[in-house]
Design a protein around this ligand. Sequence first.
Ligand SMILES: [Fe+2]
Length: 278
Amino acid sequence: MSRCASPISTGRQPLSRRRWACARRGARRTRSSSRPTGLDHVGLEVEGSAELDAVRARVEASEAAILVGGGDEPGIGPAIRFVGPGGIAYEVYDGMERRPLTIDEPLSSGIRKLGHLTFGSSEAEAIVAFWVDVLGFRISDVADGLTWTRCDQDHHGLAVAAAPEGVEGTLLHHHAWAVADWSELKTYCDNLAREDIELSWGPLRHGPGFNLATYILDPDGVMIEVYTELLQITDERSYVPIDWSEQPRVITLWGPPAGPEVLQAGIPVLAPRQVSVS
Ligand SMILES: [Fe+2]
């Protein structure tokens, strides 16, 4: 399994009934739309038809997942769609149209790729089990109620935190995008300042994955992380997952602590829909 994508509906409606802590906090920017803001599905690419067939077989054998059809979206290969624990919808596809890099068109500055998604859920344990047993992810690190998993050499592609006790549901806390290095991250922050967009959190260095990170809220209330220097796990045999529970610092090794805006962030996962786009 390699690479992640996360189509996010950009309709802007109040989320108050489906949010956790924000449910009691009220105001958030809205505009009229027939669709709520939320996560539509998580897209994951497999390497070849054999791997797609294997995922399909594991999904069919899993009591936790429901197949809801296959994607037929422009630009991607054969795909299957299913819904797993926590109501998270996935699309697993074999191949995507890509344009090769050339010497005349080298990698540009700015965002390099969508790197990871982090959820919060009252079904965190079941979600992690599904990622590992059905999707084939591997656990990278754990902390109290938090699990980071990977499907390639990036330290994490999917992560989930347990919901506070008594809170039900699943939220996407943030989606994260990689830039090349610290200098690029600095340029990104400079550009935000020019646009009068304040950082919600950071710059900081996380513990799990050791990435340098910044966070902003987009106009729809979706938390976005831009990061660099995420730990690369190139030798699967020698990597030992870290249990951060006993460490003095976990989420923030240095940098400002997370404020209420970050702690209360999250958009709902949307009800699955049958997708067949021509
Ligand atoms: Fe993150």
